[in-house]
Ligand binder design. Structure first.
Ligand SMILES: CC(C)(COP(=O)(O)OP(=O)(O)OC[C@H]1O[C@@H](n2cnc3c(N)ncnc32)[C@H](O)[C@@H]1OP(=O)(O)O)[C@@H](O)C(=O)NCCC(=O)NCCS
Length: 175
């Protein structure tokens, strides 16, 4: 399933669908509500703003090797984005996720991760992987609850590598 309506913990309805190039127009408003610390948790580097060039790159992903889903409220505002890029083997995908900072803790991250994992399983991937900064305890806890295994990266002690073997995931769990 590529698109679906979901309900946040506070009852707000949200639409999740594939990200399209024209969604570049929604990014400035979205990013105006993302704090610098959250940008660092997502991009692993201190950045004051996301450049138009990077936005252009983010929305023009190659659908043969990547997928991205956007979450929208009922007024069409962008609330978050989760992406999945296949690795060279084609067996695994690496995810990244970012939400409006004021929306954190409302259950959207959980629902977007589940949507991405269900897509990865349907798409025939064997593994979903990610890199998470060690201080990103919310993300690490959420990954653990979603069934990811985690290990410290020996080359980068500040980063945890999380990995979810999709054979361990039931379709009902991601519904
Ligand atoms: C990390 C991030 C995506 C998490 O999203 P979020 O919407 O804040 O998280 P949620 O509200 O979905 O989940 C928070 C909690 O609810 C739990 N939860 C949410 N919905 C749930 C549900 N339906 N059933 C069970 N548990 C649920 C989560 O496991 C987590 O547990 P906790 O309450 O014990 O902490 C978000 O904070 C973010 O964008 N951060 C900045 C960027 C970032 O860190 N990206 C990750 C880079 S790898």
């Amino acid at each position: 399933m590529l698109s679906r309506h979901v309900k946040l913990l506070d009852g707000e309805m949200v639409f999740i669908r594939p990200l399209k190039p024209e969604d570049a127009a929604l990014y400035p408003d979205f990013l105006s509500d993302v704090t610098m610390p959250d940008l660092r948790l997502r991009f692993f580097s201190v950045m004051r703003e996301v450049s138009p060039e990077l936005i252009d790159k983010l929305v023009h992903y190659d659908p043969a090797h990547a997928m991205a889903f956007i979450a929208l409220d009922t007024d069409g505002h962008m609330l978050g984005v989760v992406r999945l890029h296949d690795d060279d083997s084609g067996d695994a995908g690496e995810f990244a996720i970012l939400l409006r900072s004021h929306l954190k803790g409302h259950g959207l991250g959980w629902l977007m991760m589940k949507h991405m994992i269900a897509y990865a399983k349907e798409h025939g991937l064997r593994t979903v992987r990610g890199q998470v900064l060690v201080e990103n305890t919310t993300m690490l806890q959420m990954c653990e609850e979603l069934g990811f295994h985690s290990a410290t990266d020996p080359d980068e002690p500040g980063v945890k590598r999380v990995e979810l073997p999709l054979a361990e995931v039931s379709e009902e769990a991601m519904a």
